[in-house]
Design a protein around this ligand. Structure first.
Ligand code: 5RP
Length: 217
């Protein structure tokens, strides 16, 4: 089965967690795009969504789904988002689409984080996928030097400006044995807005599409 078919199937499977009349937290990326399409196609009659990126907001609105400002919504049950890597412990690397900061915020408010992936994203140890770090532009070189001291190999993602007006460093050659510790450590660097390790707020449920159906852990 090709990867796009798997993404579509896992997006469809996530509908099981959506209650009509509710507000849904919506992530960013190609897998989530299938989820947004499925939400609209299945006419689940949700009240609306809170969104983690301008791109997802535009897609939601184009399909007739209301998008609320997060400041207007105090809680919602479910946040659905993809990941670049996910472990058995439900720790993730996210931010391949540069939306990590808003994703972490929208995930923080949700009661349940449902992570939707195809099985290529499952890993034993995080770090093969370069870790995205969102940085205030002024701090880019300083943060890059500090990351080298931590053993990483940061690469400036050229031509990308986040929805928050910042830049991304993709950190190669990390083997992230202790995700919570590294997440905290990176957040201590002056100029770092957010990093793509989701360990403190990991997923609650992972749905992973395989050739034999959708696995859940
Ligand atoms: C965007 C993300 C995405 O969830 C992640 O990159 C996975 O994307 P895709 O579903 O396209 O593989 O974190 O910032």
């Amino acid at each position: 089965m090709d990867q796009n078919t798997k993404k579509k199937r896992v997006a469809q499977a996530a509908l099981e967690f959506i209650t009509p009349g509710s507000i849904v937290g919506v992530g960013t990326g190609s897998t989530v795009n299938y989820f947004i399409d499925a939400l609209a196609e299945n006419k689940l009659d949700i009240e609306g969504a809170v969104s983690s990126s301008d791109a997802s907001s535009a897609r939601l609105k184009a399909l007739g789904i209301d998008v609320y400002d997060l400041n207007e919504v105090s809680s919602y049950e479910v946040y659905v988002d993809g990941a670049d890597e996910v472990t058995q412990h439900k720790h993730m690397i996210k931010g391949g689409g540069a939306a990590l900061t808003r994703e972490k915020i929208v995930a923080a408010v949700a009661k349940t984080f449902v992570c939707i992936v195809d099985d290529s994203k499952k890993v034993d140890v995080l770090g093969r996928f370069p870790l995205p770090v969102e940085v205030i532009p002024l701090a880019r070189s300083y943060v890059a030097r500090e990351i080298v001291k931590l053993g990483g190999d940061p690469v400036y993602r050229q031509g990308v400006v986040t929805d928050n007006g910042n830049v991304i460093l993709d950190v190669h050659n990390l083997s992230i044995i202790e995700p919570s510790e590294l997440e905290t450590q990176l957040n201590q660097l002056a100029g770092v807005v957010c990093n793509g390790i989701f360990a403190h707020r990991n997923a609650d449920i992972v749905l992973s599409a395989t050739d034999n159906g959708v696995e859940r852990w």
